[in-house]
Ligand binder design. Structure first.
Ligand code: HGY
Ligand code: MN
Ligand code: MN
Length: 415
């Protein structure tokens, strides 16, 4: 099936324009640039001939009807929100390619057996409310009433934000798709790493997606005047935090072995009062642990929090830790893995199987139906930064393999 390559390129370029000026590329969920981007995307879905809706969880869904609704939908998509100062392709490639697949089916008079759903998931990136994958959690029954009470820095609750995005939080329990509604989900994404580039492969066929645990750690000492407080009388929260940050790095390196993957990051830190002439009284850290081994994912945080508690005692500090979120270790479906591999072979594109170190909405979709992902290379592996870059040739390759995979899954019913 011939895709409109120019249209893919134009839509990628147009979507990336929705950003906070002067901070490219920043399109945080629930913000004004995000809302404008969604309005534009919904319009593009409409002119592509899809019927559009926003579900209870705030996901934007475009549907191309199939001949046999009883088969359930084949869905594809990703997200259009970004991290702060993020890249141009993380997420939007999967949404644009899914839309192109559905639109090209229509334009080539291909009548699918399954309904084809193009999904822009609400807020895949860790949101200002403390959790990621808000829309796909809702769609898979993983967004709890507690989650809806999470607040952002200005005190808005998540359920209010979901309503602003067009969802109906009071019906969130109905957002969960039943098992027979979906026949399969396939997500195209940029790799966000260097494996494909270093192996000179064109397509990554994802076998599994790491588990991710995120924690907030609040270290409390005593704010004091930096000029009049002798060193031995201080309760400096940042000194305790620095010991913890160093330990995260050291401990994670101890896990680097050939038979497992673990990474741990302190990605965000907030110091109070954060003044040049005050001893820090409070530090908030976020700890993120990712691994493809469940026991490591469980054990690493326990080990680190034990160390942190002792380190804070030594510095006469208090520490409170709480788990913010958890994304399960996820295996992709063999059916989808084989379909993507066959599609790449059919299109004469080199491919390799690989795990995903990044989290994705596919983690939650895998709880609903046979799910798989495919990657294209990122230049120098850069992502979550303005340097994120891909070639249009790779983008088109990915879109073609995605389209071919969805066609193959749709035609399985004929066999
Ligand atoms: O953080 C992640 O792994 C994804 O890029 N949101
Ligand atoms: Mn991302
Ligand atoms: Mn992403």
């Amino acid at each position: 099936m011939k895709l409109n390559e120019k249209r893919i390129e134009q839509r990628l370029s147009k979507l990336s324009e929705f950003t906070i000026p002067g901070s490219p590329w920043t399109r945080r969920a629930f913000t004004e640039p995000y809302a404008r981007a969604r309005d534009w995307l919904e319009h593009e879905m409409t002119i592509a001939g899809l019927t559009t809706r926003i579900d209870h969880g705030g996901n934007l869904i475009g549907t191309l009807p199939g001949t046999n609704h009883a088969l359930g939908s084949l869905a594809s998509g990703s997200h259009i929100d970004t991290v702060v100062d993020g890249g141009r392709y993380d997420g939007i490639l999967g949404v644009v390619a899914a839309l192109e697949t559905a639109q090209s089916m229509k334009e080539n008079n291909y009548q699918p057996h399954h309904n084809i759903e193009v999904i822009d998931f609400l807020s895949e990136e860790p949101s200002d409310y403390g959790i990621s994958c808000i829309g796909s959690r809702a769609m898979s029954g993983n967004l709890s009433s507690d989650h809806l009470q999470y607040t952002n820095a200005s005190g808005e609750k998540l359920h209010e934000a979901i309503r602003r995005a067009g969802g109906t939080p009071e019906k969130i329990q109905n957002a969960c798709r039943s098992k027979n509604e979906l026949a399969g989900f396939v997500e195209l994404h940029i790799e966000q790493g260097r494996v494909l580039e270093s192996n000179t492969k064109k397509i990554g066929v994802v076998t599994n997606i790491v588990g991710i645990k995120r924690f907030e750690m609040i270290i409390t000492g005593r704010s004091d005047h930096s000029g009049t407080t002798p060193m031995n009388l201080r309760q400096d929260a940042l000194v305790g935090a620095s010991k913890i940050i160093e330990r995260v790095n050291t401990q994670a390196k101890e896990y680097q072995t050939t038979n497992g993957y673990l990474v741990a990051t302190i990605g965000a830190i907030h110091v109070r009062p954060n003044a040049v002439n005050a001893v820090p009284g409070e530090v908030r850290l976020t700890l993120e642990v990712r691994s493809d081994k469940q026991d490591w994912l469980d054990h690493f945080p326990e080990q680190l929090i034990t160390f942190a508690t002792k380190a804070c005692e030594t510095e006469r500090l208090q520490i409170k830790s709480r788990q913010l979120s958890y994304m399960h270790l996820t295996d992709c479906a063999d059916l989808v893995i084989q379909t993507i591999t066959r599609s790449a072979n059919t299109l004469d594109l080199s491919s390799m199987t690989m795990p995903s170190g990044a989290g994705h909405d596919s983690v939650f979709m895998a709880q609903l139906c046979p799910t798989g992902m495919l990657f294209i290379p990122c230049l120098d592996g850069r992502s979550h930064c303005p340097e994120e870059s891909i070639t249009m040739e790779d983008a088109i390759n990915g879109a073609n393999v995605l389209a071919q995979s969805i066609l193959s899954l749709d035609q399985r019913v004929e066999k």
